[in-house]
Design a binder for this molecule. Structure first.
Ligand SMILES: CC(C)(COP(=O)(O)OP(=O)(O)OC[C@H]1O[C@@H](n2cnc3c(N)ncnc32)[C@H](O)[C@@H]1OP(=O)(O)O)[C@@H](O)C(=O)NCCC(=O)NCCS
Length: 147
């Protein structure tokens, strides 16, 4: 993990598409929507992990008010999954939110690695979204106090 670098530079179209492919079909963002979202720098923040030139993972946050940040999306390339990089991205997101003065991170996390990672960092379950976007998967609505 020592070679891995953090960047906020938005990667090429091909990489943006690639990350979407790792999500269930029903919840993939259209690339034009994703780009519009990412270029709205006042409202969003994206953090990437890179190993040399290779993009390994992304996390996208959305800001809608003064105290709360919404975790919109997190993805780690399957080649790198299960090695702690998702949790590293969540930690970077929390560090960024803390620096900016936000006090709550919230969102809807897919049951499994996504939710496990956030839970290990102190996230609290609010309720379960059953059959999220007709994916037949449950997502946990959560909040995490940023201290
Ligand atoms: C969700 C995702 C970003 C997690 O990244 P990751 O690098 O694989 O996760 P980590 O290795 O950091 O593991 C995070 C936690 O989940 C656990 N975990 C790892 N793989 C798991 C799996 N397949 N099933 C259940 N738990 C798992 C780890 O033990 C760890 O828990 P801990 O902190 O209690 O030890 C990644 O799996 C992914 O991109 N999945 C596809 C897209 C997706 O589902 N995104 C989230 C919905 S928007």
């Amino acid at each position: 993990m020592s070679k891995v670098k953090k960047t906020t530079k938005i990667p090429s179209d091909i990489v943006l598409h690639k990350f979407e492919e790792f999500h269930p079909k029903n919840i993939r963002w259209d690339l034009s929507y994703k780009k519009m979202f990412l270029t709205d720098q006042k409202r969003s923040k994206a953090i990437y992990l890179k190993d040399g030139d290779k993009y390994m993972g992304e996390i996208i946050l959305y800001v809608s008010c003064d105290n709360v940040v919404y975790l919109e999306s997190i993805t780690v390339d399957p080649q790198y999954q299960g090695q702690g990089y998702g949790t590293l991205l969540n930690k970077y997101a929390i560090e960024w939110a803390k620096r900016k003065g936000f006090t709550i991170l919230t969102g809807d996390a897919r049951v499994g690695a996504s939710w496990n990672s956030l839970k290990s960092l102190g996230a609290v379950e609010v309720y379960i979204n059953k059959n999220w976007s007709k994916t037949k998967e449950d997502y946990v609505h959560f909040y995490l106090e940023i201290k």
